[in-house]
Design a protein around this ligand. Structure first.
Ligand code: BTN
Length: 246
C-alpha cells in the first residue's frame, strides 16, 4: 500500500478520484491524497469538512479477493490502522467506536468512508476513505456536528507533521492488509478489538428505526455487534449507531 501515491493540492473528493482509478484498472494499493477537498464526503450523504493545510484526507484503492459481503471487514482494518497511528504519534487514550470511527477521549478524531464496486460474487475494487483531524483548531470545525470532535492538535496541544503521520498510517495499513490477505479477518479484528472499550458495557443501539438496549457480548466473524438483551436473548446488529449508557 502506498507504492503509488497521487497527490492533489485540491480536489472535490479523494474517494471520487480513487473510484476513477479503480475503474481504469490502477493497481491495488494506489493512494490518493489531497491537501483540501471541495466536496469531502461523509457517511450517510453528509459532508466532510476539509479545510486546506491542516488535516489528512486519503483514499486507498484495494482489490481484496473476498466476496462483497465481507467488504465491511476492511472498515475495521482502516480503523485499526488509524488507531495504531494515533497511539504511536502521541500517548493519547484512543478508542474505536463500532463500526467505523476513531475517538480520542471520547471525541471523534477520524472518519472512515469505504465504498464498494462489486458484482454479486466478486469485488472489483474497494475505496478506503480516511479523514483524520490533525492540526484543525476549534474554530475550523463545522457548527452542526452530530458527535463531539477533536484533532491531534486539540488533544495534545502540539501540531503533528502531516507527512510523518501519513507515512505512519500507510505503514500500518500495509501491515494490516498483508495480515488480512495471508491470515484473514481474525487478526485484523483482534487489532481493532484492542481499542474497543465497550465489551461488557450496557449500550443503546439505534438501527432499522428501532432502539434496543443490551450488553455488548462481542463481535462475530463479520464484525457484527453481538448484544445480550434484558430478557437474555441475543441480538446481532450489522449496522447502527451505538451509545454507551452511563
Ligand atoms: C464519516 O462520515 O465519518 C466519514 C468521513 C470520511 C472522510 C474521508 S476524507 C478522505 C475521503 N474522501 C472523502 O470525500 N471522504 C473520505
Amino acid at each position: 500500500i502506498g507504492r503509488q501515491v497521487i497527490y492533489f493540492a485540491q480536489t472535490d473528493s479523494t474517494n471520487l478520484r480513487a473510484h476513477e482509478l479503480g475503474k481504469s484498472g490502477a493497481p491495488e494499493g494506489t493512494v490518493v491524497l489531497a491537501d483540501s477537498q471541495t466536496a469531502g464526503k461523509g457517511r450517510l450523504g453528509r459532508r466532510w469538512s476539509s479545510p486546506a493545510g491542516v488535516n489528512l484526507y486519503a483514499s486507498v484503492l484495494v482489490r481484496p479477493p473476498v466476496a462483497p459481503r465481507h467488504a465491511s471487514q476492511l472498515t475495521f482494518l482502516s480503523a485499526a490502522a488509524v488507531a495504531r497511528t494515533v497511539a504511536e504519534t502521541a500517548s493519547l487514550p484512543v478508542s474505536v467506536k463500532w463500526p467505523n470511527d476513531v475517538l480520542v477521549a471520547g471525541r471523534k478524531i477520524a472518519g472512515l468512508l469505504n465504498e464498494l464496486d462489486a458484482e454479486t460474487e466478486r469485488i472489483h475494487y474497494l475505496v478506503l476513505g480516511i479523514g483524520v483531524n490533525l492540526n484543525m483548531t476549534a474554530d475550523q470545525f463545522p457548527e452542526d456536528l452530530r458527535y463531539p470532535a477533536t484533532s491531534m492538535l486539540l488533544a495534545t496541544g502540539r501540531s503533528v507533521s502531516r507527512i510523518d503521520f501519513t507515512r505512519c498510517l500507510l505503514r500500518h495499513l500495509d501491515v494490516l492488509y498483508e495480515l488480512y490477505l495471508t491470515q484473514g479477518f481474525v487478526p485484523v479484528l483482534e487489532a481493532w478489538m484492542s481499542y474497543f472499550d465497550l465489551i461488557g458495557r450496557a449500550v443503546e443501539v439505534d438501527y432499522h428505526d428501532r432502539r434496543v438496549v443490551g450488553t455488548v457480548a462481542g463481535l462475530d466473524d463479520d464484525g457484527a455487534l453481538l448484544l445480550v438483551l434484558g430478557d437474555g436473548s441475543r441480538e446481532r446488529v450489522l449496522a447502527g449507531d451505538v451509545r454507551p449508557l452511563k
